[in-house]
Design a protein around this ligand. Structure first.
Ligand code: PEP
Ligand code: MN
Length: 365
């Protein structure tokens, strides 16, 4: 576990839940101004303003971003809202331009995180610069690639880091534009203590209707903030029109979210402590039972060896799997959980018995 990082001192309110909003792409000075004015009118000022200047598009010929000119329009945001501004960088030239125009926070997009050469190029361009960087998950669900990108940035001295969960490309699951995998940000937080993970429901869902539900799930799982694409006229946006919401709709979404208290869990109440003590006690019992079960497994292994039986016995496995799964489901445990648990236990059992066979064979020799 990496706990040497300082990710809490950005001064951007990450200790609560950070809200990042703004259009998918900067389109014109008028568009940026209209978004800002709407935000002000609705009293929906986010903690940070996002706008894509360089857009990585899957196919050529689509709007690929306004380029450096768009960075000059960020002054409009500063004038109206006076909040930090973030944009996506995909190479060293983008970094140079973003720094020249005093962008406050950078993010690395999903299509860049997959490529260690590109991430390294960005990291090298940032050596010695003190700027927060957010790293979106790669297109494919590869935790190591995501962590690797964060490490490349950390290695050049960037310690104001955060991650963004924007889902993973999955052409078979049509429910999402990019399928969320809630274990992934949790794994990341387990591996890298203090790493804050922001959720981007806009790119996960790909439409307006599902944003609230996905954002709520992210908060339930303990994610630290939300990045939601916001446009004054979403239907006519130059990119990602279907998923952008107006500032008024954003306000409505946020008002319905039940923001959980992540800090409270660090100082548990007596009640929470009691419940956790009871769980600790049960876990001890669970381990005792597992120890006893594996000792029986080892004895069965001896029997199989003496009677020249194979370690894997399909009828027995079928019986164990079906009977336990059914019992588990009756006890309100999900079928998926039961199957995964039984696979895990069975795999360990088979490995132990096969090891016994190898060891006995080695003694004979
Ligand atoms: C974006 O934020 O507009 C974007 C292109 O995101 P992603 O890298 O997640 O596709
Ligand atoms: Mn977008």
């Amino acid at each position: 576990m990496k706990d040497h990082l300082q990710t809490k001192d950005w001064g951007l309110g990450l200790k609560g839940h950070v809200i990042i909003a703004g259009p998918c792409s900067a389109e014109s000075p008028e568009q940026i101004e209209k978004v800002c004015i709407e935000m002000k009118k609705e009293n929906m000022i986010p903690d940070m303003f996002r706008a894509g200047i360089w857009k990585p598009r899957t196919r050529p010929g689509m709007f690929e971003g306004i380029g450096e000119d768009g960075l000059k329009w960020m002054e409009i945001v500063r004038h109206h809202l006076n909040i930090p501004i973030t944009t996506e960088v995909g190479n060293a030239a983008h970094v140079e331009m973003a720094l020249k125009h005093k962008v406050d926070v950078l993010w690395i997009g999903a299509r860049t995180t997959v490529n260690p050469f590109a991430v390294q190029e960005i990291a090298d361009a940032l050596r010695g610069v003190d700027i927060p960087v957010m790293v979106k998950n790669p297109m494919n669900p590869d935790l190591q690639l995501w962590i690797g990108a964060l490490e490349r940035l950390h290695a050049v001295g960037i310690n104001k880091l955060a991650a963004i969960h924007r889902g993973f490309s999955d052409s078979y699951d049509k429910r999402f534009r990019n399928k969320p995998n809630w274990s992934m940000p949790i794994h990341l937080k387990r591996e890298w203590k203090g790493m804050e993970v922001i959720n981007d429901p806009s790119h996960i869902v790909g439409n307006r209707e599902g944003i609230l539900e996905t954002a709520q799930r992210a908060i339930n799982f303990g994610l630290d903030g939300l990045m939601i694409e916001t446009h004054h006229d979403p239907d006519n946006a130059w990119s990602d029109a279907k998923q952008q919401v107006t500032p008024a709709a954003l306000k409505n979404i946020l008002s319905q979210i039940d923001f959980k208290d992540t800090l409270g869990a660090e100082n548990p109440s007596e009640k929470l402590k009691d419940l956790r003590n009871a769980i600790d006690h049960l876990d001890d019992q669970l381990l005792d039972i597992l120890q006893e079960r594996f000792s029986l497994i080892d004895q069965v292994g001896v029997y199989k060896r003496e009677h020249h039986l194979t370690v894997f016995q399909s009828d027995r496995w079928k019986y164990v799997m079906e009977s336990r799964t059914q019992k588990g489901v009756e006890k309100n445990l999900s079928e998926k959980f039961m199957k995964e648990l039984l696979y895990c236990i069975h795999e360990e059992s088979v490995k132990r018995q096969e090891k016994q066979l190898r060891e006995a064979a080695a003694v004979k020799k």
